[in-house]
Write a protein that binds this ligand. Sequence first.
Ligand SMILES: O=P(O)(O)O[C@H]1O[C@H](CO)[C@@H](O)[C@H]1O
Ligand SMILES: O=c1cc[nH]c(=O)[nH]1
Length: 289
Amino acid sequence: MLLDSELILNPDDSIFHLHLKPGQVADTIILVGDPKRVNVIESFLNDVEFKISNREYVSITGKYNSKRITVVSTGVGIGNIDIILNELDALVNIDFESRKIKNKRKKLNFIRIGTSGSLQKDIIVNSYVISKKSVGFDNLLYFYLNNEKIINKEYSVTFKTHLGSDHLFFSPYVIDASEELYDILNSKETHSGITITSPGFYVPQGRELRLNSKLKNINNKLSSFFYEDHRITNYEMESSAMYGLSKLLGHEAIAICLIIANRLNKNANPNYKSEVEKLIKYVLDKITK
Ligand SMILES: O=P(O)(O)O[C@H]1O[C@H](CO)[C@@H](O)[C@H]1O
Ligand SMILES: O=c1cc[nH]c(=O)[nH]1
């Protein structure tokens, strides 16, 4: 039995951060960073059942092409993914009355629609990248038992060696996306690649404003790295944890991102909202076909 301090429920029996109750979550869940992106997706949905917000987490459930879909905003970063994945899983796989894990587990499909910075010249601003693998520059997965069963050890070690890093803080881990969800989203409109999930937007992604990186020429080293013919394509800040926790919990996960900056071509599109809207429509059509 999960005690009050471990599975924290609010006075209305909703889960601690998301404020959602069992039954409110669909099997297919779109995760977005920006809470305002939830409103954009809402404009495409019918039969919206509720809109619940707490902190940076805004959640809705509605229908697109008759398929029930939940949308949750995650805010920025890995810590939020730890909260959201654990709470969404608890909502479907833990009985809130008995506080016990259910015998029959439900599998969820997580699709992240994000924004991202490209690490390849030909993956230009406004293109879409699906992350076939994610390389975690964070350390969240290392806290979880059985992480070694889902981390691609050989790739992770090769990668660390390539970066020539003996820094104690840095142990990148490589995790695969869901092949099933990849096949649904992949098309000639998308690039596929390997995504770096970074614990920061500035120095951890090689953006030196007033502070400098301990990892010299990090972006050139990433752009030139190949493993089994796969190249590193882009930076974002959530998918490694989303892939890792989904695999440990028995769910499927994929991330597709709009490129809003190209780090090699040195350009960016800060007015990317209409492009995100097109990506949202692309994803909704693909997952409800
Ligand atoms: O646009 P979202 O989904 O937030 O994704 C990207 O944008 C944020 C940084 O600006 C990070 O969360 C990064 O992963
Ligand atoms: O360069 C970028 C753009 C969006 N999100 C990131 O994490 N990095």
